[in-house]
Design a protein around this ligand. Structure first.
Ligand SMILES: O=c1ccn([C@@H]2O[C@H](COP(=O)(O)OP(=O)(O)O[C@H]3O[C@H](CO)[C@@H](O)[C@H](O)[C@H]3O)[C@@H](O)[C@H]2O)c(=O)[nH]1
Ligand SMILES: [Mn+2]
Length: 683
């Protein structure tokens, strides 16, 4: 145990990869003749037993500490130093109350002289300026007085990830701010390969106490040949190697009392000389950058050598111990067959355990690892000059419309294409009819499909349907109302079976051919069951509001009168004769009468019923243009007497098609065709 209020140099070892640094630091202090003891804080979960053994040979105190990880590593990523995820562990120094004063030094420092005078500083906390931002102090060398007040305050910040750089330097500078005793830069000289203030270096060279190899590149990761120049940086690196060589170069290894220091060489680039087949060693946790300078020796130097691993290595470590004292009490190592040396694979520290937790909120996105191309603005000052000539545009890049049409009508495939019937519907204006010709229905029989419509209008025009010979007077009279299927017996029969079940007031009309016969009794049309018979204009009820339009021969024809007005439509009353209010009243009255007829069950003698009131607001409305005509027309029932009977309409709509409880075939099952009919069908 440390005696009460002892002074101690201390460093921190968070991983085996910094073992050469920690050992060289301790050696450098001892070699410089310090009177103080040396301690190392180790995180036992990430430092191997082999490394512990090496520490025991040198350090007066090995102090296991809990690793304090910064979970918010965004700032570390910004700095490109994800390997510094656990440097918050440094704050454990303030908890080491067994010591009066601690001069902490990073494991990547080498002492050129022992700065023991720092223990006598009156200030509780001292540090030297940082080379990158000299207002800050570098946390590579700290003179501190352990106390729990600072410890818990720092721990609280660490647990909240409060640090501008994600590591201890950001944390401690935020905590102490300006409340630190500023030491001379000579206590913590951070030589840089990029910025070297050579005259200053030469001037202060002799007073340098310690060099600190900040950044990712450490002397032991670079190899002894990396910095053989004469710059201040190279000189400092040389100082590191001189300490290393004094204690760990192969020639000096045999003399190490605690056995092989192979693990030190293993973590020092270029030092391990394998002779045996390689074994795989899991590489240590490394920062994301592929060009990381943290080089695991196994990557370059496979492990081969057959080396003895002393048995006491396993039992050697009992923390915390004053190892140099206890080592003396240990039994001599037993000479045993030498097992192949297998350096314990470095404990891999994954800051994020994917099996237990979601990714850290501020972790680097994957894309940050992707190669990026950076384009700079051109700094060429010469003005742009257009080339003499640009290449000609390519020729023959346009579609040339063929001169002669290439389209050819495809050859007919289907029978109806070959035997297509010609259109037969002709209107008077389409034909230059000079003299009206008598109507006639001519069917001269089949004609070739491609036959042209003959100039002679009396000639047959269609091979399949009766030709209409148009008469300007009333072309509709002669228009056929028949269909090709009207004469098929099956259809006849089907309609017959339907109508057998029908009763009621169906007005059936027979208007076939030129004559029109009105039949008003049900069933009278049994012999003519054409579904496509529609009432003619004469048969249709004349409704007061929708006069049937009459087709005009031509739209812009000679029938225009002098005013340029279109001729009045036949059957449509002129505007002056049309009083909407009167018509509306008439319609209302008429509807009432029809209703009265039905209710009175006396279609022949309509009952007089009171008029329905007109729609609200339309009473007494009179048209400004309407002038009452003379005697009321019989058809419309217009007159001066408001209450009058209206002639019953000749057609009252389809009416009730099916009476209550009446059955009718839902599925058509016509009687089988008679033999006679079958003969007709089959022919
Ligand atoms: O894998 C690791 C990483 C770090 N350390 C220890 O942590 C210290 C700090 O890491 P280091 O690589 O020396 O950091 P620097 O390159 O020196 O970076 C600067 O930033 C660090 C984080 O703020 C500070 O700890 C340093 O003092 C400061 O000089 C080391 O010296 C070791 O003691 C390990 O033991 N193993
Ligand atoms: Mn450092």
């Amino acid at each position: 145990m440390a005696s009460e209020g002892e002074d101690v140099y201390a460093t921190v070892l968070l991983s085996d990869s910094y073992l050469p640094g920690a050992l060289v630091l301790a050696h450098s202090l001892k070699d410089a003749g310090t009177s103080k003891k040396i301690a190392v804080l180790v995180t036992t979960d990430t430092v191997s037993a082999d490394a512990m053994v090496q520490l025991q040979t040198l350090f007066d105190f090995i102090i296991p500490v809990e690793r304090i990880v910064n979970e918010s590593q965004a700032n570390l990523a910004l700095m490109g130093r994800l390997d510094l995820h656990s440097t918050f562990t440094k704050i454990a120094l303030w908890k080491q109350l067994q010591f009066r004063r601690i001069v902490y030094m990073d494991a990547d420092m080498v002492a050129l002289r022992a700065p023991d005078e720092l223990f006598d500083l009156p200030q509780p906390f001292s540090a030297a300026p940082d080379i990158g931002w000299p207002d800050l102090f570098n946390t590579g060398l700290l003179v501190l007085t352990p106390n729990l007040g600072d410890y818990y305050a720092l721990l609280a910040m660490a647990q909240r990830g409060i640090s501008f750089d994600g590591a201890d330097q950001g944390l401690l500078n935020m905590y102490f701010k300006d409340n630190f005793n500023r030491l001379s830069f000579t206590y913590n000289v951070t030589p840089s390969a990029h910025y070297q203030y050579l005259p200053a270096y030469r001037h202060f060279q002799s007073s340098i106490s310690a060099a600190h190899f900040i950044g990712q590149n450490k002397p032991w990761t670079q190899g002894r040949d990396a910095n053989r120049g004469s710059t201040p940086y190279d000189e400092m690196v040389g100082r590191w190697w001189s300490v290393y060589d004094r204690h760990y170069r192969e020639s000096s290894v045999e003399s190490t009392p605690q056995g092989s220091s192979t693990i030190v060489q293993y973590h020092t680039r270029g030092e391990f000389q394998p002779v045996a087949p390689p074994i795989t060693v899991t590489p240590a946790y490394q920062p994301e950058e592929s060009d990381s300078e943290i080089i695991h020796p196994s990557a370059e130097q496979p492990l081969h050598e057959t080396i003895e691993i002393p048995k006491e290595v396993e039992e050697a470590y009992v923390p915390p111990v004053q190892t140099n004292l206890e080592a003396e009490k240990r039994p001599e190592p037993q000479p045993e067959p030498q097992p192949e040396y297998r350096p314990e694979p470095e404990i891999i520290y994954a800051p994020w355990d994917a099996s237990r937790a979601p990714p850290p909120a501020d972790s680097m996105p994957e894309a940050s690892n992707f190669p990026a191309t950076h384009y700079d603005m051109s700094s060429d000052p010469t003005p742009f000059k257009a080339p003499e000539r640009y290449p000609d545009p390519p020729k023959d890049m346009y579609y040339e419309v063929p001169k002669t049409p290439t389209y050819q009508k495809p050859a007919p495939i289907f029978p109806w294409e070959i035997n297509a019937a010609r259109a037969t519907r002709v209107f008077p204006e389409d034909n230059d009819v000079g003299v009206p010709e008598p109507p006639s229905l001519i069917d001269p029989g089949p004609a070739p499909a491609d036959q042209e419509i003959p100039e002679d209008k009396s000639a047959p025009v269609t091979p399949t349907t009766p030709t209409i010979q148009l008469t300007p007077a009333d072309p509709w009279q002669t228009y056929t109302r028949g269909n090709a299927w009207d004469d098929i017996p099956e259809i006849e029969r089907y309609i017959g079976s339907l109508q057998k079940n029908r009763k009621g007031n169906i007005q059936v009309l027979q208007g076939y051919g030129s004559g029109i016969t009105e039949v008003s009794s049900p069933g009278a049309r049994r012999h003519s069951m054409k579904l496509t018979d529609f009432p003619t204009e004469l048969e249709r009820p004349s409704l007061p509001v929708t006069p049937a339009p009459i087709r005009r021969p031509s739209f812009w024809g000679e029938e225009r009168d002098e005013d340029g007005e279109l001729p009045a439509a036949e059957g449509v009353p002129s505007q002056e004769d049309w009083d909407p209010a009167v018509q509306l009243e008439q319609l209302a009255r008429r509807q009432s009468d029809v209703l009265a007829n039905k209710l009175g069950k006396d279609g022949a003698h309509p009952r007089e019923i009171p008029l329905r009131p007109l729609p609200y607001g339309s009473e007494g409305v009179s048209s400004p243009t309407y002038v009452a005509q003379g005697p009321p027309s019989a058809a419309t029932g217009l007159g001066s007497t408001p209450r009058t009977t209206i002639e019953e309409a000749s057609y009252n709509g389809p009416g009730v098609m099916w009476e209550k409880d009446e059955t009718f075939p839902t599925k058509e099952t016509p009687a089988g065709a008679t033999e006679e009919e079958k003969d007709v069908l089959e022919t």
